[in-house]
Structure formats: structure tokens, C-alpha cells
Write a protein that binds this ligand. Structure first.
Ligand code: HEM
Length: 407
């Protein structure tokens, strides 16, 4: 903490960044403010560390002494025995080794680089179908016509959800992932629990269908793994599938929406990418960095440890602001500039360490295909209205994105 700023001075800023009463529409100036004043900030009243530099976030995510809180520990900020959503059997995202390792190894089979790359032609077909609808609309709401339906179709097919049943998942998945926010009200916990019940009922039914009649999808693989004893039980299958479904599309939806918005706000970068598609990989990394779809995650000290030279005691929690680390000037020169050719190291957007995003290769593939096809098919793209961001701390994305798309 700088000599001038005390924990109390910074509390309102920290509380706002954690989402109370609502997260800022533009958090980046506030991240800079907190990082400058106190890159490792601990407020006794909030009961958690907030870290905002690239190096610290990266270290926290890779430290095996910083893991997931046991279910019985209330790691929700504000503490005081507040409720938090419970799961019958947590998915890998909420587990520590060795359970995490076993579950991840099993699901990883479906996401090897080879399997993901093999999806490219099909992802391109699906993207083109969405872009046909964008073309017919002319003035298109991109979230509705492209950013949501494409990732949901991709993950839906992987898992085994028929196309005609996918549309119902959007609202429910948003309610479920709202449970990832650091501060929860009783109402939001009720919504999370209702959403989880909806998904459980849906996937229970799908599991029964695949048990009776296996197909080529992941649900069939998991049901088979249960029979051969590799997976614990039906509850575990459900939590894995719900995680894939929830983590797998809202994040990618937001990458497409926020990525396009960044291009529209920077016409010279859009023109550069249009003229040189070899920049697609760095452009997608820059979209991930500039507007990280996951802004925040966190860990819990399983043992005493350190962040840099700062001791952290067992039982303390740490919130890592990935969106702030991605704008840390120590790592990324001129960090608020959007530059499709930037190549200064991987952003923190897929996390790090043992929980590093399982779907990173798939998300990158989808985004590269979408932006390539979008630029092939439309000569002019024009933002019709400045969008607002959804009031969520953890998953950042716009509500709507209205764009005039001229072939
Ligand atoms: C742009 C899109 C995406 C972003 C930004 C993203 C981001 C992340 C982040 C930050 C984590 C780590 C969370 C933590 O450490 O607490 C994570 C984990 C995970 N993601 Fe993604 N994700 C994306 C797409 C996907 C897709 C497409 C899938 C699946 C098809 C997926 C599946 C998962 C799973 C299963 C985990 C948990 C891994 C574990 O705990 O070992 N994600 N993701």
C-alpha cells in the first residue's frame, strides 16, 4: 500500500470492483487505481486479498498451496456464514488434487488439440449458418444471431444436446454463472440453485437416453466411463457436463461480442486485420487481453504461502483480477491500447496452473473462424449503438451489440 492510502481509503473502490452494489461499466481505470495504490490489497473487513498485477495473478494461479476452499468453508466474501450455492458433487473447477486430476484427465480426452482442430470445418459451417442470418438481418443484433448461437451449437454438439433444444439454455446458463461472482445475495443464490436444478433434470434425461442408445458424443463417453468405474457416479457426470456447458459458451459468446466491439471501436485495427489475416491468432489473443471474458477468479490458502514477499496465511482467500493483470503496464506496454499485432506474452484470460481452461483451444478456434468469416463476408461493419455491459463481475460481456453488416 502506498504511504498515503489506507485500507479504509481504498475500501469503497475494492467493494465496487467486487460488484457491490454493481460492478463498474468500465473497470479498467479503477483497476489501475487499485494496482497503483495497493497491488496486494487486504482489507480486514472484506476478509480477502485482492491482487491486480500480472505477475501476482500468475503466481497465485500456479501455487499448489493456493487451491479451492473445502465445501464446508464459506469462501464467499463478506463471510459471516452467508449462504453460497452448494453442489451435490463439485466439478473439477471446484476441486483440488487428487480428485481434480482424475476428473480432468477423463474429460480431457474430448479436448485434445487433435480433436479440437478436427472440428474446424464444422465450426466454419456453423459460423456461416449464423452469418447467413446476420446477412439477412442487415442491421443485426450480433449477440442473438452469432455470439450466442455459435458457441452453444459447438458445445451442444460435443456434449450431445440436439440443436432444437439449445436456445432454452441461454438465460439459465447466465443465471448459473452469476453464481461465480464474489458477492452473492440470497436471491441470486436461489436463482443459481434453480438453474442448476434445471440443468440436472435436463442432463439426467440425456444420460438415460445415451445409456440406452450410445452415440459419438461426450455424454455417451461419460456414461461409458461410469460403467467402467472411471467416473464416480451420475452426480459427477452431471456436474462435469453442467460445467462444460456453462463454462463453454457464455465465455466464448463474450469473446465474440467484446472482440467485435473492440474492432468497431478501433477502425484502423479492423482494417489492418481485414488486410492481413495472418494476424488472426494475435488479434484473438489481444481481444482476450483487452476485454477478458473472465475478469476475476480466486483461490484459498490451503497452507501458509507467499505472494512475492507478502506472507499469506492458511485459510485466507485471494481474489485474482485477471482483467487488471491483463492491463498491467509492467507486462503489456501501453496496456489500454488495442493492437491486433501485439505479441507480449499470453494474457491471463484462460487462467493458469492446474485449472487452466480446458476449452482454450476450442475457444480460440471458434473466435479465429468467426472473425475470419465475418471479414470475408462483410465489407462494412458499423456500430449502431453503444452497448452496455451486463452487471456481472466475473463474466464480462455486453447485453446487446447492434451492428450494420453490409456484404
Ligand atoms: C473465451 C472463452 C473462454 C474463457 C475466457 C475461459 C476462461 C476460463 C478460465 C479463466 C478458467 C480457470 C478458472 C479458474 O482457475 O478458477 C477456465 C476453466 C475451465 N474452462 Fe474455460 N474459458 C473459455 C472457454 C471454455 C470452453 C469453450 C470450454 C469447454 C468446452 C471451457 C471449459 C473449461 C473448464 C472445464 C474449466 C475448468 C478446468 C479445471 O478446473 O481444471 N472453457 N476457463
Amino acid at each position: 500500500m502506498t504511504s498515503q492510502a489506507t485500507a479504509e481509503d481504498l475500501r469503497p473502490l475494492a467493494v465496487e470492483l467486487l460488484g457491490s452494489p454493481a460492478p463498474p461499466q468500465d473497470p479498467y481505470p479503477k483497476y489501475h487505481e487499485l494496482r497503483r495504490a495497493a497491488p496486494r490489497y487486504r482489507d480486514p473487513e472484506l476478509g480477502t486479498w485482492l491482487v491486480t498485477t500480472y505477475a501476482d495473478c500468475s503466481q497465485v494461479l500456479r501455487d499448489p498451496r493456493l487451491g479451492r476452499a473445502p465445501q464446508e468453508v464459506d469462501s464467499q466474501l463478506g463471510g459471516g456464514g452467508a449462504r453460497r450455492p452448494r453442489q451435490a458433487r463439485p466439478s473439477m473447477l471446484f476441486l483440488n488434487p487428487p480428485e481434480h486430476t482424475r476428473q480432468r484427465k477423463l474429460v480431457n480426452r474430448g479436448f485434445t488439440p487433435r480433436r479440437v482442430e478436427a472440428l474446424r470445418p464444422h465450426v466454419t459451417e456453423l459460423a456461416d449458418e449464423c452469418l447467413d442470418r446476420v446477412a439477412s438481418a442487415g442491421e443485426a443484433e450480433i449477440m442473438d444471431l452469432l455470439a450466442f448461437p455459435l458457441p452453444v451449437a459447438v458445445i451442444g454438439e460435443l456434449v450431445g444436446v440436439p440443436r432444437e433444444e439449445q436456445a432454452q439454455f441461454r438465460g439459465v446458463a447466465q443465471e448459473l454463472t452469476a453464481g461465480l461472482d464474489p458477492i452473492q445475495s440470497d436471491e441470486s443464490i436461489d436463482r443459481v440453485e434453480r438453474a442448476r436444478e434445471f440443468f440436472r433434470a435436463y442432463f439426467l434425461d440425456l444420460a438415460a437416453q445415451r445409456r440406452a442408445e450410445p452415440r459419438e458424443d461426450l455424454m455417451s463417453v461419460l456414461v461409458d466411463a461410469e460403467e467402467s468405474g472411471d467416473i464416480l457416479d451420475e452426480d459427477e457426470i452431471l456436474s462435469v457436463v453442467i460445467l462444460l456447458f456453462a463454462a463453454g459458451f457464455e465465455t466464448t459468446t463474450n469473446l465474440i461480442g467484446s472482440g467485435l466491439l473492440a474492432l468497431l471501436h478501433h477502425p484502423e485495427q479492423l482494417a489492418r486485420l481485414r488486410d492481413d489475416r495472418s494476424l488472426l491468432p494475435t488479434a484473438v489473443e489481444e481481444m482476450l487481453r483487452y476485454e477478458s471474458p473472465v475478469q476475476v477468479n480466486g483461490r484459498y490458502a490451503l497452507e501458509d504461502t507467499h505472494i512475492g514477499d507478502q506472507p499469506i496465511r492458511a485459510g485466507e482467500s485471494v481474489v485474482t483480477f485477471l482483467g487488471a493483470g491483463n492491463r498491467d503496464p509492467q507486462q503489456f506496454a501501453d496496456p489500454d491500447r488495442f493492437d491486433v499485432a501485439r505479441d507480449q506474452g499470453a494474457p491471463l484470460s484462460f487462467g493458469g496452473g492446474i485449472h487452466y481452461c480446458l476449452g482454450a483451444a476450442l475457444a480460440r478456434l471458434e473466435a479465429q473462424v468467426v472473425f475470419d468469416r465475418l471479414l470475408d463476408r462483410f465489407d462494412h461493419l458499423e456500430l449502431l449503438e453503444e452497448p452496455t455491459f451486463r452487471p456481472s463481475v466475473t463474466l464480462r460481456g455486453v447485453e446487446q451489440l447492434r451492428v450494420r453488416c453490409t456484404p
